[in-house]
Design a binder for this molecule. Structure first.
Ligand code: TEU
Ligand code: CA
Length: 539
């Protein structure tokens, strides 16, 4: 496979409302991001994936868009966006926009029109079924709880929504809808954006009468058309969010011929610590050996015929250091270990804001402090079903999306330097310990470890090209693998536990050049210390 220009890039995800507030209203905004571009340039990232900033009633924090061609006043103006694109470009940073194409807001002009009458030209932009009040077309459920159908008395019809009632699904069967979407994307491309992240793109080809949401029959047909009409006219980085991806499908999404996207987000690994067949709230300990085998499977399957994205975190997931590391006595060590394991693999690394500081999950006293619609709905639903409240809060502490959404911790001043006003969601109280200023000053910090990994990827093509092989696959403590090219071999070794672990690999590798290590001294006699990690290279 010939190398693509974007394959050695590293992406940083910004959740705008929690990144940096510039005007004291407690909500992060575009001018806030502009003021932090130097920070991002110092870190060394190549692109910013910006969670949605378009006009939105914010029912799902911007994933409910009411105007795709305007910026929400809460975040700034179109001019601010143009300035951000420009100023980022000056630092060789591209802006990747988040396209939410499966659904719009119910406050979008299209839906407002669609609701007026069955023969309104916009009616067929959404998915409707005739019916009788109280008798749902079928028993499909929405992702954030409740039925997937909402009754509109004026029309004597139900509309379909896979997410909240304020996120009606767009009807991709309608060619007019698709054309509107393409024109909108071309408009953004003209503004100079560097790419797109496609929200729940594997759910656009739904067929509700057959109970189909993800992976509908026409899915790849729609995506290929979308790609041809838009992305292929530019030189972009595109990534599809696909919860239902198998390796087979991922090869289509990220086909090197460029017919769909550059790469794909797949989520198998982040589902491993939940009870099988249940919800993410139903916790089970991480089956470590399964995690290794799963990541290895994706490395192997896409080698030479597709492209992985590499991530532990995003705005929907808990903080990785709290989840699979140890955010108490080994916070920095385990954060670095997780970083090394991820960045050593083949694919495009995504760093979620604050991950590079080793930011942790938050524990709020009670449900009133939580803002996320998914968390709040689940709490209500489970309380009604009679679950124990302590049990519910335990799930929230482990998995709530708000864990990732507390404000970015910049310094030890009030509100972590995020805002001079009252933040829309409380700051994690550990900001005096964990913040960017402190991390940048300490050469031994998580921040500097990430910075080094990013640089190494640029300097060593083996990170992008090397063939992956999992070692010690049934070992319960060690995550180890090699990457191999014709000329070089690299070995990533990591102890995933807070116990020491014997590692025969050290004998062979410790004589080689060491690229990174999260302890200052050498390990003794082939024993790894808690969360110890190193990357060796044999040139
Ligand atoms: O997420 C897709 C999605 O399926 C999520 O609802 C996911 O199941 C959940 O967050 C896991 O906790 C995307 C966006 O990333 C998310 O923020 C949006 O809420 C969702 O789409 C709807 O647009
Ligand atoms: Ca603001």
């Amino acid at each position: 496979m010939t190398k693509k220009w974007w394959q050695d890039k590293v992406v940083y995800q910004i959740y705008p409302r929690s990144f940096q507030d510039s005007n004291g209203d407690g909500i992060g905004d575009l001018r806030g991001i502009i003021s932090k571009l130097d920070y991002l340039q110092d870190l060394g990232i190549d692109a910013i994936w910006l969670s949605p900033v378009c006009r939105s009633p914010q029912d799902d924090n911007g994933y409910d868009i009411s105007d795709y061609q305007d910026i929400d006043p809460m975040f700034g103006t179109l001019e601010d966006m143009e300035e951000l694109i420009q100023k980022a470009k000056e630092r060789n940073i591209q802006i990747i926009l988040d396209l939410v194409l499966n659904h719009s807001s119910d406050e979008h002009r299209w839906f407002q029109e669609a609701k007026k009458s069955k023969d309104n030209p916009y009616h067929d932009y959404y998915v409707w079924r005739d019916g009788v009040e109280g008798v749902l077309p079928n028993d499909m459920k929405a992702c954030f709880g409740g039925p997937a159908w909402e009754w509109v008395p004026e029309l004597q019809q139900y509309y379909f929504h896979q997410f909240s009632v304020k996120q009606p699904d767009l009807n991709w069967e309608n060619p007019k809808v698709r054309r509107e979407i393409y024109d909108m994307i071309l408009w953004w491309m003209e503004k100079g954006v560097g790419g797109f992240r496609l929200d729940v793109i594997d759910q656009i080809a739904k067929e509700p009468d057959k109970g189909i949401t993800g992976n509908g029959p026409r899915l790849h047909e729609f995506i290929r058309e979308l790609s041809k009409e838009t992305f292929q006219k530019g030189n972009l980085i595109t990534v599809g969010e696909t919860w239902g991806a198998t390796p087979e499908r991922a090869k289509l999404y990220s086909n090197p011929d460029g017919s769909e996207f550059s790469m794909v987000f797949q989520f198998e690994h982040v589902g491993l610590d939940q009870e099988e067949g249940k919800e993410k709230w139903d916790l089970r300990p991480l089956p470590f050996v399964e995690l290794k085998k799963n990541l290895a499977k994706w490395q192997k399957e896409l080698y030479g015929c597709g492209w992985n994205s590499l991530f532990w975190n995003n705005h929907d997931l808990p903080r990785i250091v709290s989840r699979w590391g140890n955010d108490k006595e080994y916070r920095a060590k385990s954060a670095k270990m997780l970083a090394a394991v991820l960045h050593g693999m083949q694919g495009t690394p995504y760093i979620y804001q604050g991950e590079e500081l080793g930011m942790t999950n938050v524990v709020f006293q009670d449900i009133s402090h939580y803002r996320d619609i998914e968390t709040r709905n689940m709490y209500k639903e489970r309380m009604e079903k009679g679950y124990d409240e302590k049990e519910i809060m335990r799930s929230i502490y482990a998995k709530s999306r708000d864990n990732a959404r507390t404000p970015m911790q910049w310094n030890e001043k009030e509100n972590a330097g995020f805002t001079t006003g009252t933040p829309w969601i409380e700051v994690n109280p550990n900001y005096t310990e964990i913040n960017a200023e402190k991390e940048q000053k300490n050469p031994d910090s998580v921040y500097h470890f990430y910075k080094k990994l990013i640089r190494l990827r640029k300097e060593n093509s083996i990170f992008t090209e090397g063939n992956f092989e999992l070692l010690m696959e049934n070992d319960e403590q060690i995550f180890a693998y090699t990457r191999t090219t014709e000329k070089e071999k690299m070995c990533v070794i990591a102890n995933f536990t807070d116990q020491t672990a014997s590692c025969p690999l050290l004998q062979k590798w410790s004589e080689k050049e060491k690229l990174v290590h999260n302890y200052e001294t050498e390990p003794e006699e082939g024993i790894l210390r808690p969360y110890e990690t190193m990357i060796y290279i044999d040139r």
